[in-house]
Design a protein around this ligand. Structure first.
Ligand code: ATP
Ligand code: MG
Length: 494
């Protein structure tokens, strides 16, 4: 028991980034007076966070829980803790990274707190956490868009956008100690090197959409800041903050929409001009736990009933990727239920019954978005990469393959991308679960080299033998190298 308390102490000292982020939200009774302890020993187990008064345990599932044996351990542990009257609430690292507001809301529900809106996190001491990196100040130079939004939300953002109210290129030429690296005259943007950092500055500009659904054209460079923000997608992304005093210009009500957790377009033609905004709205809604404001919802519905399919699918794909790489089942539910998928093709599609987002987190596939989007019946409009195409094609082949035995499952799944296997769980979850739980980790120890050492000359017999041992190993996972060598002796009659 002593050892466990020591381990807990070490864990407290070595919290992961996500644990730390959650802890900073709940420590010191700041979550409605609930007292939380971290890395706390209960029985034979260490829990991540616990509120003993409310009998609530919070666990963060990250890399450690991904190891298979820990999952069995987790089940026993859950049973034990629930017997003691605890409810366990789990978040994935991903939730903490990308949807901390959603985490906050969930905790409020579980802890029975009736605040309608979580208070916005206070700006950190010294402010400008996202922004102080540029060290350049001018009354006409503004942080703009996502970086301003994220600072208000207290979320990190490394993608700092700057706008100069006027001509950024002329401004850049006047900065002491700045080296101009690149000028893009038609867009009024400039890249400079300042204090050893590369910084992009855009001029304020207004835009037009002569061809709806395609890239806009620049109408005027050096327009007013107000005109510049009016070309943007949502009120929450249309705030500017001057680098000189930190004052925020909020022409469209972004602050109030952040407080009320709403995503609101700036005008009624917004989705007609640029339908990728429908996906951007979905992305931000899951990232921050926001909802579409009512009129925006109505505009989205109207657009989806009358889609102009002549649009830039390259831009759409970029947003699809950013949205679904978040691995959020909620995003997929919204995408299907609100019929957003119709942007890609008119064919009807139903939400799969099996939620495979946990499989994705567990097996860390690199190409998450295509697992979701590849399920749609027709994605020929999308400019997929070779690898993405392979994933989708393998899934299609899999749909028509009969998998009779564990051996079939193993051989088939091992030879296709893991993404295609996860996609198949939408059709046959039992087989995929069986694979991941019992077959995925099976590996032969014996190699061709061992066979050679036994005096067997390389031939097609090798493959036959490997299949033979594999069948044996699927029946009995405990086979070790010497058992496998004995099987080789038996097989090759040595
Ligand atoms: P992220 O944190 O994902 O980078 P962001 O808001 O910074 O979020 P970007 O794609 O980097 O998003 O775009 C920067 C800014 O440009 C946005 O905040 C928004 O003001 C504007 N913007 C981006 N895409 C569009 C669009 N499709 N239509 C209108 N404005 C857009
Ligand atoms: Mg950005």
């Amino acid at each position: 028991m002593k050892k466990l308390t020591q381990t807990a102490r070490i864990l407290r000292k070595n919290m992961t980034e996500q644990e730390y982020k959650l802890w900073s939200l709940i420590k010191n009774k700041q979550f409605d007076g609930c007292k939380f302890l971290r890395q706390y020993v209960i029985g034979n187990y260490i829990v991540d966070f616990v509120c003993r008064e409310k009998k609530v345990i919070i666990e963060i599932d990250g890399a450690q829980h991904n190891i298979n044996k820990n999952i069995i351990h987790d089940e026993e542990r859950t049973k034990f803790l629930e017997k003691l009257g605890y409810s366990i609430i789990r978040f994935w690292n991903n939730d903490i990274d990308y949807n901390i507001e959603g985490v906050y809301q969930k905790l409020q529900e579980v802890l029975n707190i009736n605040n309608q809106h979580p208070p916005l996190p206070l700006p950190r001491k010294g402010g400008d956490d996202n922004m102080n990196i540029i060290g350049l100040k001018d009354k006409n130079l503004y942080y703009i868009g996502g970086v301003v939004r994220d600072e208000i939300l207290g979320t990190k953002n490394f993608d700092v956008d700057l706008t100069y109210d006027g001509d950024a290129i002329e401004f850049a030429k006047t900065i002491d100690g700045a080296e101009i690296l690149q000028i893009n005259e038609p867009f009024g943007t400039v890249k400079i090197k300042y204090n050893n950092k590369n910084i992009d500055i855009a001029s304020t500009r207004s835009e037009d959409y002569p061809q709806k659904g395609h890239l806009p054209v620049v109408k005027k460079i050096g327009c007013s800041l107000k005109e510049d923000v009016l070309r943007r997608d949502f009120t929450i992304n249309a705030m500017a903050k001057t680098t000189l005093t930190g004052e925020i210009s909020d022409y469209t009500g972004g602050l109030s929409d952040i407080k009320n957790k709403k995503i609101r377009v700036l005008h009624d033609e917004s989705f007609i001009d640029d339908p990728t905004r429908i996906l951007r709205a979905l992305k931000f809604s899951v990232r921050f736990g926001f909802e579409l404001e009512e009129h925006t919802q109505h505009l989205q519905k109207k657009y989806l009933e009358n889609i102009n399919y002549d649009m830039s699918y390259k831009r759409l794909q970029k947003e699809l990727k950013e949205t679904f790489d978040l691995n959020s089942w909620t995003a997929f539910e919204k995408f299907v239920n609100e019929k957003i998928y119709k942007l890609i093709s008119q064919e009807e599609f139903e939400l799969p019954k099996y939620d495979f987002s946990k499989l994705i987190s567990k097996y860390e596939s690199d190409n998450v978005w295509i697992i979701y989007i590849g399920l749609l019946p027709d994605i020929s409009s999308l400019p997929l990469s070779k690898n993405e195409n392979k994933i989708v094609e393998s899934f299609k082949v899999l749909k028509n393959t009969s998998l009779e035995s564990d051996f079939d499952i193993y051989k088939t799944f091992k030879n296709i991308p893991i993404e295609s296997v996860i996609m198949y769980s939408s059709i046959n979850p039992d087989i995929v679960e069986q694979y991941f739980e019992n077959l995925h980790d099976i590996k032969l120890q014996i190699t061709g080299k061992d066979l050679k050492n036994l005096g067997v000359e390389p031939s097609e017999k090798y493959q036959e033998f490997f299949d033979f041992v594999l069948r044996k190993k699927i029946e009995n996972k405990d086979l070790n190298l010497s058992d496998e060598i004995n099987l080789a002796r038996e097989f090759f009659k040595l």
